[in-house]
Design a binder for this molecule. Structure first.
Ligand SMILES: [Zn+2]
Ligand SMILES: [Zn+2]
Length: 367
């Protein structure tokens, strides 16, 4: 992940810039890189985001002060920052972090609100999953049949997901093992690093934030307290779901705590296509049906048969409406349309040719 850029550089202002100067610089740049002015330009979009982030922090006296402290510490000097090792950071929930923040200079990144994200991008995103760590989200994609998307339904998916180890119940200890205070963090679950009365906390790498270590590790999970299992989940798809929709399944993610996000893709249908809430089905008709009129049977999406009368002189691509047989969503219901496609015979016998010539003469068709 790329290192965070220096916010002062982003806005092109001096460290000593006044709030007014910051505001001015922000307005000018925001105008220049606004997505409305730069359609389909991902670089401008990134820049716009960066500018907003920088302004968000530097225009707030409190956030700016904290940012300046960290900046002095070397967190934003470009290529990765001075002395910040890898490993994961933990976001949120200070009250559970086991006495962190005792010493005057201690600094919990969750205090910074939005700035926590900056740290995520420096440290790598939520590496260690400690006991108090925010439940993670997991994303997956699924392609569903057109009919299920239109009418709604249940779609089973299977995916590997971290679950609490059933052998040790998540403790990470082997049967009969004693649970001891972690020697690395002395049970705090976090370790501080830094110097000069200023420190940043991160989850203890030895106990993974638990504060305790077993005398012998659980053989099933090697002490991590979690195992990956194939989980079968029924995704309830609402009627009328659209391509690219994202469904959030509460507590169906890792360890049944985090959420599972399912991105929906809709497979095309042989017969129907979708136009908003309307359905359009293509029906082939032959030359005689088109010229003389006919009754054709069509199936609606929910498999009802409807007889449709098409008049003499029906054209290729003409649409006929069948009211109320479209997609129902949020109390509104679309219509179904039948689009006629006229198919012509590919080869004519001598007799048939004669008949068509005859017809052409009578109808005054030149050929
Ligand atoms: Zn285990
Ligand atoms: Zn520890």
């Amino acid at each position: 992940m790329a290192a965070q850029r220096d916010y002062y550089q982003v806005l092109g202002v001096a460290e000593t810039a006044t709030t007014d100067e910051i505001k001015k610089a922000f307005r000018r740049l925001a105008k220049q890189y606004h997505p409305d002015r730069n359609p389909n330009n991902p670089q401008a979009a990134d820049r716009f985001k960066e500018i907003n982030e920088a302004h968000d922090v530097l225009s707030d006296a409190d956030k700016r002060k904290k940012y300046d402290q960290l900046r002095r510490y070397g967190a934003f000097t470009g290529g990765g920052g001075g002395g910040f090792g890898g490993g994961g950071t933990r976001r949120g929930r200070t009250q559970e972090s086991g006495g962190a923040g005792g010493a005057g200079g201690d600094f919990d990144i969750s205090d910074l609100g939005g700035l926590g994200d900056i740290f995520s991008s420096i440290f790598g995103r939520r590496g260690a999953a400690g006991r108090e760590a925010e439940p993670e989200e997991v994303e997956t994609e699924v392609t569903i049949p057109f009919r299920v998307a239109a009418l709604g339904g249940s779609v089973p998916i299977t995916l590997g997901m971290p679950q609490v180890c059933p052998t040790c119940g998540g403790s990470g200890g082997a049967k009969g093992a004693t649970i001891n205070t972690c020697p690395e963090c002395k049970g705090r679950g976090v370790v501080s690093f830094g110097q000069g009365g200023f420190a940043v906390n991160r989850p203890c790498p030895v106990c993974r934030g638990k504060g305790t270590v077993p005398s012998q590790r659980c053989p099933a999970c090697q002490g991590s307290g979690e195992v990956r299992v194939e989980k079968r989940i029924n995704v309830e798809v609402p009627a009328g779901v659209e391509e690219g929709a994202r469904l959030r399944l509460k507590n169906q993610g890792p360890k049944n705590r985090g959420d599972l996000i399912v991105e929906i893709h809709v497979a095309p249908d042989r017969f129907f296509r979708r136009e908003g809430l309307d359905l359009v089905g293509v029906v082939p008709i032959n030359l005689a049906q088109a010229m003389l009129g006919s009754r054709i049977k069509v199936k609606t999406l929910d498999d009802k048969r409807v007889v449709l009368r098409i008049p003499a002189g029906t054209q290729h691509g003409q649409k006929f409406r069948i009211p109320g047989h479209g997609i129902e969503k949020n109390g509104r219901r679309g219509d179904m349309y039948v689009e006629t496609h006229v198919t012509l015979p590919e080869k004519l016998s001598a007799d048939e040719q004669e008949a068509v010539k005859n017809f052409a003469e009578k109808a005054g068709l030149k050929y």
